[in-house]
Ligand binder design. Structure first.
Ligand SMILES: *Cc1c(COP(=O)(O)O)cnc(C)c1O
Length: 226
């Protein structure tokens, strides 16, 4: 266990260094970027170890998976949990109970369901910027209406946008997607930009990311755990 934590501490230090270097290059203060530790597929011990190393923001993809980790993870003082995977409306009440931030709202219907839970929730809108047939997210065309719908929900606090560019090993192809997300966020006066993962966090920070979602670079490969 100790050696797991030590490896993790080294990984965190390496990621911190990458974030700091990218911020310096972009002329941005280090505090303008939040490191979100993505713990999907890993056991709850990954959250506890990362917490012991000082991390406080955690991302999970699946409501059901986090439900099983929540009894140990939720009581950690100061920890915040973000849902970063697609949310089906039949899981919305569970998600609203378990998560502090839901980054993947993509329809007015889902927003209204979350609002009706009566608990304050921070919301980001997932925007679909590629025409990859897959995938969830709000079409940029529908964004103004969705922003308006969420802003009219008294329990929802809309803070930003998130996106996930098409997968590529090379970080550079992500840049135009990140740039587009930033333009959309500025147009709607939304301060938070959730963009950038292990392989492209530098490009994301150069393009204005305020929250990078990092799994592999902290916890190692998820292959074999799925
Ligand atoms: C898994 C995941 C991440 C983390 O990706 P890594 O490449 O492991 O850093 C970030 N965002 C979302 C939405 C994810 O599903």
């Amino acid at each position: 266990m100790e050696s797991v934590q030590q490896g993790l501490a080294e990984n965190i230090a390496a990621v911190e260094q990458r974030i700091a270097a990218a911020c310096a290059r972009a002329g941005r203060p280090r505090q303008s970027v939040t490191l979100l530790a993505v713990t999907k597929v890993f056991p709850v011990s990954a959250i506890l170890d990362a917490y012991a190393c000082g991390l406080r923001q955690f991302g999970e993809n699946y409501v059901q998976e986090f439900e099983s980790k929540a009894p140990q993870a939720r009581p950690l003082p100061g920890a915040r949990f973000h849902l970063i995977g697609h949310l089906q409306s039949n899981k919305s009440s569970k998600a609203g109970e378990l998560f502090d931030v839901i980054q993947t709202v993509d329809s007015p219907k889902l927003a209204r369901r979350l609002d009706s839970l009566g608990r304050p929730i921070e919301i980001m809108i997932e925007v679909k910027l590629s025409h990859e047939d897959a995938k969830h997210g709000c079409d940029p065309q529908d964004l103004p209406a969705l922003v308006e719908a969420i802003r009219s929900c008294p329990n929802l606090n809309l803070t930003g946008l998130m996106t996930m560019p098409p997968w590529s090993d090379d970080p550079e192809p992500s840049r135009p997607y990140f740039r587009r997300l930033r333009q959309l966020a500025e147009a709607h006066r939304l301060p938070q930009l959730s963009m950038g993962m292990s392989h492209d966090l530098e490009v994301a920070i150069e393009e204005g990311s305020t929250l990078v979602r990092i799994g592999t670079a902290l916890f190692g490969s998820r292959k074999g755990l799925l």
